[in-house]
Each structure stands twice: as structure tokens, then as C-alpha cells.
Design a protein around this ligand. Structure first.
Ligand SMILES: [Mg+2]
Length: 144
């Protein structure tokens, strides 16, 4: 992931994070003293609401809504997931800067893991082709 993409994500994240805190400071002033278990349970509940909406989107459940209504419901519930995730992190002592540091660290790890997987896959394919007698020409083998 390029540095400019990461920078854009970070700026957007800061704005979203601050909007969530501002809303909760204004409307739920005691939220910073609420036990974190409230937020972890709420996060799980909202994740379940996303899953339920997706279930309806693909035709499951008895509460009939159109696939589009269910899709919009799922999107709406992901916002609740983000809100509770943010509040939980704050209650765990992780502010937006701590989260951004964790985000960059995790994305770097993910990039390295994917590069390793790609290299393993390429090596596996090369090994299989070699066993089949397929040989790729070296640059010196190419006609001049
Ligand atoms: Mg909800």
C-alpha cells in the first residue's frame, strides 16, 4: 500500500474517529466511564446485525425485505460496528493516534505476509513445472 494511500486513509479515519467521539461526548457524556464490556458486547451485537442483514439479502429469514433494502441495512449496521469499535478502543486506552500506529503496523505485516505467500506460490508453480520437465529459458538462452 503506497504511503499516499495510507495517508488518505489516516486523514479520513481521524475525521470519522473525531466525529464519533464528539457525538458521544455531546449525547452520552458518561460514555468514557462506562465499562468496556458494554462496548465489546455492543460490538458483537452490531456485527450480528450485519450478518442478519446479509442473511436477508441472500434470501434467508422470515422478515422479508428486498435484497436492496437488506443491503442498505447491512451497510447501516457496519456504521454501528465502527462506532462501537471506536468507543471500545478509547475505553481500552487507544486513541486515534494509537489506532493509526496499530493500523500501519498491521498493514505492513499483511503486506509482508502476502508477499511471502506470493513467493511461495510462485516457487510451488516453478517446482511443479520443473517436475514436468518445463524449463524456462535464461536470458543467455535467448536468440541474440
Ligand atoms: Mg445497529
Amino acid at each position: 500500500m503506497s504511503e499516499s494511500v495510507v495517508s488518505g486513509v489516516v486523514n479520513t479515519m481521524l475525521n470519522v474517529w473525531n466525529a464519533i467521539l464528539d457525538f458521544n461526548d455531546r449525547w452520552f457524556p458518561k460514555w468514557r466511564k462506562t465499562d468496556p464490556i458494554y462496548y465489546s458486547n455492543a460490538l458483537a451485537g452490531e456485527s450480528g446485525e450485519v450478518c442478519n442483514a446479509i442473511k436477508h439479502m441472500v434470501g434467508g429469514g422470515t422478515n422479508k425485505m428486498t435484497p436492496e433494502q437488506a443491503r442498505l441495512k447491512a451497510v447501516d449496521e457496519t456504521v454501528d460496528v465502527l462506532i462501537y469499535m471506536t468507543l471500545l478502543l478509547e475505553r481500552l486506552g487507544v486513541d486515534q493516534h494509537g489506532f493509526i500506529a496499530a493500523f500501519k503496523k498491521k498493514m505492513t505485516e499483511n503486506e509482508h505476509r502476502m508477499e511471502e505467500e506470493l513467493n511461495k506460490s510462485a516457487q510451488t508453480i516453478a517446482d511443479k513445472l520443473e517436475k514436468q520437465g518445463v524449463r524456462f529459458p535464461w536470458p543467455g538462452d535467448m536468440p541474440g
